[in-house]
Ligand binder design. Sequence first.
Ligand SMILES: Cc1ncc(COP(=O)(O)O)c(C=O)c1O
Length: 377
Amino acid sequence: MAIDPTPDELFATYESAFSELPGFLNFASYGPPSTKVRDHVAHLMGIAGEAGPDAVELLFAEEVRAREAFSRLSGFPLDQVGLTGSTSLGLFQVAFGLSRGTVLVSAGEFPSNTYPWLRNSEAGRARVELIGEPGTQVTPDVVARGLTADTVAVSVSAVDFRTGYVADLAGIREVIGPDRLLVVDGIQGFGVADLEWTLADALIAGAQKWVRGGWGMAGLAVSEQGLERIEPLLTGWTGGAGAHRYNGEGPPPLPGAGRFSVSNLSPYATGSFAEALELVETVGVQALQGLVATHAGALIDHLDAAGVTVLSPRERDRRAGIVVAGVPGRAAEAREALAAAGITVTRHGEDRIRFAVHATTRSEVLGEAAAVVAAFT
Ligand SMILES: Cc1ncc(COP(=O)(O)O)c(C=O)c1O
């Protein structure tokens, strides 16, 4: 009788697929892909290069694999899951699907989540109401204060790129009610944050960060209400039923999230995404979340012990993999010193160093990282 692998054994196999340098603490920028992803892209390129009779079929089957894995990990049914080229593109497609009312967005959001709404507003469609400022935590209270009778949607990052704050999606859903749309940019958490993604009417999450699937692909999941209310405006020939009739008529949109398809996607990008998502599933998001939380907690402890101000949330359910250190006026120097010590991070402005740890992070590097930063506080 076969014996199931233990969680430790599963994690050991997962971990052995990664080869980033131990000082890489920059997963909020991008997540180095596994050898599985890298090998799979080479394999798919090989299929394309050889050009056998079933090459196209094999290559485009990767899209289904990616959608299926995104469906399992997000909790959305398969027909409500599509793919698009990036988080930004998915947000544009959702934004341009709204023609009336006002959309509430924090001014502190990553620009991927402000430009689509601003552009849609400039085009005379749904208006955008920017609330807060850089660093504002988009709590249910903040959202509640911004709502008006005209608000048709709220768009928020599940995990804020700057502060690391994990949004209370259930609380936001409660204050906006069932009828307004909740649009969620999931890229800073999807794959390592075990969130209730189906609270969203539109969830968009790119492959390149915590999922570690490389650039060029994002999952786009849409609720039934979202499918009814978000017009498939920024879409193309592959988003329609009977796309291959080539008769010059605009075909009716596909029934599910596939209607947001603009054109065929790169099979290397869909294949990378599929491989990366399936690798996440071998360990499970809950287990990865636990490891990320442990490393983030240890880094916070080291920063505290070194006398460095921690600017990101400390409560376990309001943080994911991002930990922010305050280095007033000396962030550039701190980043340089970290790089000299082999530690890769992101600097935000003059005062902030953003660390981002993953499940594969080596705990030994965290104390050193805190000590380097402490010299600049
Ligand atoms: C919250 C957030 N959304 C979107 C993006 C960009 O995503 P994409 O390059 O897939 O458009 C980033 C990247 O830095 C981000 O932090």
